[in-house]
Design a protein around this ligand. Structure first.
Ligand code: KDG
Ligand code: MG
Length: 413
């Protein structure tokens, strides 16, 4: 299966996506997601200039060898741009291999370990009544696990709170990367106050538990904003509300911060969405400092890297909780779902529905039923890309927001 083409497609059907399509001499194609929110064109350039030319003429069947060639062979290694590019190649090659075998990818990964992957949805609101409405609406949509994010009194705009928070039904309006619509711009700046946040969040969870009872799995994302001791306090204060996890409590580049949090609280911990290497987990797995790994297939280096990460995590009883916001394209989401279905140490899958516009470009076959996601039995990943639709939505510059404290100091967003 000689590779004859490796094309990079950048499209913006509601938000930006970078996709790699690999074609073989016998006409098989495979897709890979290389989207890096707010830095899309850096991955596009890396793929086009440095990766695609190396693929032409190679054997599409040699997945592990290609991964090692692109990783070790570059000398410079790791980093979000490089690893998103390698991930896209890896996903596309798995897509081709599974199509050639006439099987859905999960069959090549060992077959199904469950009937579907438990998905969690995103409830949010500017205040507690809006949060409660949003949880209700998610339950009506069939979610059986729900992440809770809330506005904070005194702060104008807070991570994770959708623009039309109380709206029922389907919502596609949570997208933190703001598009500049007609020319270069700078990121939006938000103001942050951790003490106000620490005071408010326990009240939010108290209200949600009072309204919806003890059964519903509830999650929360701290989005890297706390110091270790602040995170320890929040974890402790949230213990009465029995969270499924507290995510990204502290900035991701310091894995040892989790050690301190762990000493103080039994609230389960999850981290890893901005990690781009298994090595970023450092002591987190071997010292059992976390309960869930949050990496995305798109950012950790593909199906090959994710399998290795989850096998290592399994040794320490740590489960998966793959990243799945809308900046993971339907291709990246499908790759996650095949792994979710196959591995034994599956925990939960984040799921935000892509907009109808995104789904005009990416033709998906996975399905969400009764709170569970299933990747479908279509051979390969089960996703195709409509080039004509993609061409209708050209790239638009978009940046993630930047956070400042009330005195103007730049803070983690
Ligand atoms: O691009 C940034 C988003 O992917 C991130 O803010 C989403 O934290 C996130 C989550 O848990 O989904
Ligand atoms: Mg997160």
């Amino acid at each position: 299966m000689k590779i004859t083409a490796a094309d990079v497609i950048v499209t913006s059907p509601g938000r930006n996506f970078v996709t790699l399509r690999i074609t073989t001499e016998d006409g098989l194609t495979g897709l890979g997601d290389a989207t890096l929110n707010g830095r899309e064109l850096a991955v596009e350039a890396y793929l086009r200039s440095h990766v695609a030319p190396l693929l032409i003429g190679g054997d599409a069947g040699r997945i592990e060898d290609t991964w090692q060639y692109l990783y070790r062979g570059a000398y410079w290694r790791r980093g979000p741009v490089t690893m998103a590019a390698i991930a896209a190649v890896d996903m596309a090659l798995w897509d081709i291999k599974a199509k050639a075998a006439g099987m859905p990818l999960y069959q090549l990964l060992g077959g199904a370990s469950r009937t579907g992957a438990l998905a969690y949805g995103h409830a949010s609101g500017r205040d507690i009544p809006e949060v409660l409405d949003s949880v209700r609406s998610h339950l009506e949509q069939g979610y059986r696990a729900i992440r809770i994010q809330s506005g904070i009194p005194g702060l104008d705009s807070v991570y994770g709170v959708a623009a039309s928070s109380a709206a029922g039904g389907e919502r596609y309006d949570y997208e933190p990367a703001r598009r500049s619509l007609g020319g270069p711009s700078r990121p939006v700046e938000e103001t942050w106050d951790t003490r106000a946040y620490l005071r408010h969040m326990p009240r939010v969870f108290e209200a949600v538990r009072a309204e919806f009872g003890p059964e519903l799995p509830l999650l929360h994302d701290g989005h890297h904003r706390m110091t270790p001791i602040q995170a320890a306090k929040l974890g402790k204060d949230l213990e009465p509300y029995d969270l499924f996890w507290l995510e990204d409590a502290t900035p991701a580049e310091d894995p040892t911060a989790l050690r301190l949090i762990r000493q103080h609280t039994t609230t389960p911990l999850a981290i890893g969405e901005i990690f781009n290497s298994l090595h970023d987990y450092g002591p987190l797995l071997s010292e059992r400092l976390i309960d869930y790994v949050r990496s995305a297939v798109t950012h950790i280096g593909g199906v090959t890297a994710m399998r290795k990460l989850l096998d290592l995590a399994a040794v320490y009883g740590v489960k998966s909780g793959m990243h799945g916001p809308t900046d993971i394209s339907p291709v990246g989401m499908a790759a996650a779902l095949h792994i979710d279905l196959a591995v034994h140490n599956f925990g939960i899958q984040e799921y935000m529905k892509h907009s109808p516009r995104t789904l005009e470009v990416f033709l998906t076959s996975y399905r969400f039923t009764d709170g569970l996601l299933h990747p479908s039995d279509t051979p390969g990943l089960g996703i195709e890309l409509d080039d004509e639709a993609a061409a209708r939505f050209p790239y638009e510059q978009a940046y993630l927001p930047v956070n400042r404290l009330t005195d103007g100091t730049v803070h983690d967003w």
